[in-house]
Design a protein. Structure first.
Length: 144
């Protein structure tokens, strides 16, 4: 497996990473994805792709380093997805290990993510990877 970070403007963001990301975020359009990355990059947002030996993208992560008062410094994972065709092949484990290493290199004290309550298979994976449920995430949609 080959794991690489993709910079804004890299054509592989749309051709390779976005189709995998859409499995987790089906509401995204190409334009919305470009807009989010353009705005988010200045806030620390990065995207990482995992490529199988055959060359196809089989995993994707969106992540950022966050400094805050509760955890001091953490690597927060916005998106973590393995293509359905590559699940249970080690892609997620390799990607999470890569992100953990990036977190350690950046001096982070935590690796942190939110996962929708309906994603029970993902939760099993996170527990296997020795992650814990440490908080509730509350949300209130705001009128446009």
């Amino acid at each position: 497996m080959k794991i690489i970070d993709l910079e804004p403007g890299d054509p592989r963001l749309v051709s390779d990473l976005l189709p995998v990301l859409l499995e987790l975020r089906p509401h995204l359009t190409e334009d919305a994805f470009r807009d989010v990355y353009e705005k988010g990059y200045g806030q620390g947002l990065r995207f990482t792709a995992v490529y199988a030996p055959e060359g196809q993208c089989v995993g994707a992560a969106g992540w950022r380093i966050v400094d805050n008062t509760s955890q001091i410094r953490k690597l927060y994972v916005d998106d973590l997805v393995t293509a359905a065709s590559a699940r249970s092949t080690g892609v997620g484990r390799h990607l999470l290990a890569y992100l953990e290493e990036r977190a350690r290199e950046a001096g982070c004290l935590h690796l942190n993510l939110d996962s929708g309550t309906h994603r029970t298979e993902a939760h099993r994976f996170y527990f296997r990877e020795r992650m814990s449920v440490v908080a509730f995430n509350f949300d209130k949609p705001l009128d446009a």
